[in-house]
Design a protein around this ligand. Structure first.
Ligand SMILES: [Fe+2]
Length: 202
């Protein structure tokens, strides 16, 4: 098994403690879950170094269990690093490159927002606006867990966490109100930075 480097949780930006409509207590509890994904990723990769590859079995084996749950841990890391990174802004209509992409691929900002909100209501864990490099367009994808259902060769640009842990403290079961708060705290400058960094064609 290949060697691996342990990773550490990214620090939360100060702005995450001062969101509008998503409380500091909620963010702090959420960050602890993220730290847990990082710790489990490190633990699982450590265990994989010693796993018996000859005992691999699709019904049950240590290798299978570790690799399935590794996908949950890694998904949890990637999803939450996006989520925390692009909050702390003032929301509103997206400008710049992402604004143009959204208007091109959804028809209007409002159509994108309506579709993302509905996708977030339809999901059990996540809704992502991602750029599919094969179809060369944005789409709002649904996720039920940290490791379902990512699309190969697509780059997520908006990551909406709809697990109850993201909003129950502030909104109880009113997920739609939480989604509105999420949208109102999006930092479009961060998203535009990703569009540029990944060289997504406009
Ligand atoms: Fe979460």
């Amino acid at each position: 098994m290949a060697n691996f480097d342990e990773i550490r949780p990214r620090e939360l930006k100060q702005a995450l403690y001062e969101l509008d409509g998503i409380s500091r207590a909620s963010v702090e509890a959420h960050y602890k879950l993220y730290q847990g994904y990082v710790n489990k990723r490190n633990e699982i990769l450590g265990k994989l170094e010693a796993v018996d590859l000859t005992a691999a079995n699709q019904v049950y084996s240590e290798l299978r269990a570790l690799k399935v749950d590794l996908s949950f841990a890694i998904g949890g890391i990637k999803n939450h690093e996006l989520y925390f990174e692009h909050l702390g802004g003032s929301g509103g209509d997206p400008g710049g490159s992402i604004g143009g992409l959204i208007r091109r691929d959804f028809g209007s900002t409002e159509a994108w927002r309506t579709d993302l909100k509905a996708t977030g209501i339809a999901g059990r864990g996540w809704a992502w606006t991602a750029y599919d490099w094969d179809e060369r367009r944005l789409f709002n994808y649904v996720g039920d867990a940290q490791n379902s259902f990512p699309i190969w060769n697509a780059t997520p640009l908006v990551a909406l966490d709809v697990y109850e842990h993201a909003y129950f403290l502030d909104y109880q079961t009113d997920r739609a109100a939480y989604i509105d708060a999420f949208l109102a705290n999006l930092d479009w400058d961060v998203v535009n930075g990703w569009v540029e960094a990944y060289r997504i064609p406009l």
